[in-house]
Design a binder for this molecule. Sequence first.
Ligand code: GAP
Length: 437
Amino acid sequence: MPKDNLMEKIVSLCKRRGFVYPGSEIYGGLASTYDYGPLGAELKKNIKDAWWQYFIRQRDDMVGLDGGIILNPKIWEASGHVKNFKDPLVECKKCHQRFRPDKLPDAIKCPECGGAFTEQKMFSGLFKTTIGATEKEGLTAYLRPETAQAIFADYKNVLDSTNKKIPFGIGQIGKAFRNEITTGNFIFRTIEFEQMEIEYFIAPDADWNKIFEEWLKYIYGFADLIGLPVDNFSNHEIPEADRAFYSKRTIDIEYKFPWALDELWAIAYRTDYDLSAHQQASGQDLTYFNEATKQRFIPHVIEPTFGVDRTMLALLATAYAEEKTDNGETRIVLKLKPSMAPFKVAVFPLLANKENLIARARKIYNDLKSDLNCVWDDRGNIGKRYRAQDEIGTPFCVTIDFDSLENNDVTVRNRDSMKQERIKIEELKKYLTEKIK
Ligand code: GAP
């Protein structure tokens, strides 16, 4: 399938079936903002739940945090964001489109209309807001551009309130906001998005490169867990000249998106830059005392970071398929891992107007629903219902027919093989739960 075509198809499917809607659409939209519909909300939740389980709950050296979106602005001054979180900007004098000149192949003329550019200005990526009664008297604050800083600001609280000892990490999932100049590619780059970040604290004399490599390997375990094939990834080692000045090593973990390889996640060794900066600016002691070695130090940090929205786009692009069926039709199917699929099971009564069928099907549906995310569908014929479920990635469809009433069994149809099996009702939940793990 041509690559542009694939993006168009994904965008169209997302709107049609309720994964992603353009933001504020009834008011003509708002550039680079999107809303997640019922299915998108489920898919995002599955990504975040899998991440939390794998990176936080499954590890003894990790804890979670849910820090604020609006923090004391001094945090952003100390972290360097107020001063440095800026990009160069030029505007085309003819079509008035704005660009980052450092991202253009030819920074002399507009790539859209050939017009000349205005002089380059620096443009802050921070969204400002005001806390207080009036804009004049209020305190200027910022919407966080990354979740990481709340972790640094709370690192001492976490140490004091838990039994964690270095090395240990804090993970957080939450919204971040960036006033991006260049946007586009659907939910890949937006002004409001969600991050899943880890700050992993280590001793200054630890073998940071070994720990960095261990985390990188562990990240690939997450890719496998959610169904992103390792072959679609590439590690882009960022050269020193392009790294943030405090980073000793950064890898952009790139993924084969429909347009090209592009950054999906990243991992960086941030040294002791952040905690040192916060210690200095806050005047608080952020050192760590190692009882065993009697050493006192400011911990260094390895930071694996993930975008939820980009992960969802990578999953959709990887899962989207069009297949010819035996009767010559084309079916659209989202081959998501069952654990990621918004609905695990669709339940159909064969006919929508037979009381006894409906009653039996409802009973099965209600029973499955307490453990598996299920959807009920009694519209149209069974073939149409299968197509509708294939398109949203539902791995199993269960049909209750007249034989079910006699024999206590149902038809279970598999999304990928399209094969059907008869399964006893009393074994149905166990059968489905095992396949969905
Ligand atoms: N704390 C480090 C940090 O924020 P980053 O590479 O700027 O690093 C981390 O962002 C991740 O957040 C990216 O790898 C990407 O997945 C996601 N991300 C960044 N900017 C984004 C945007 N404008 N829209 C959607 N996702 C974004």
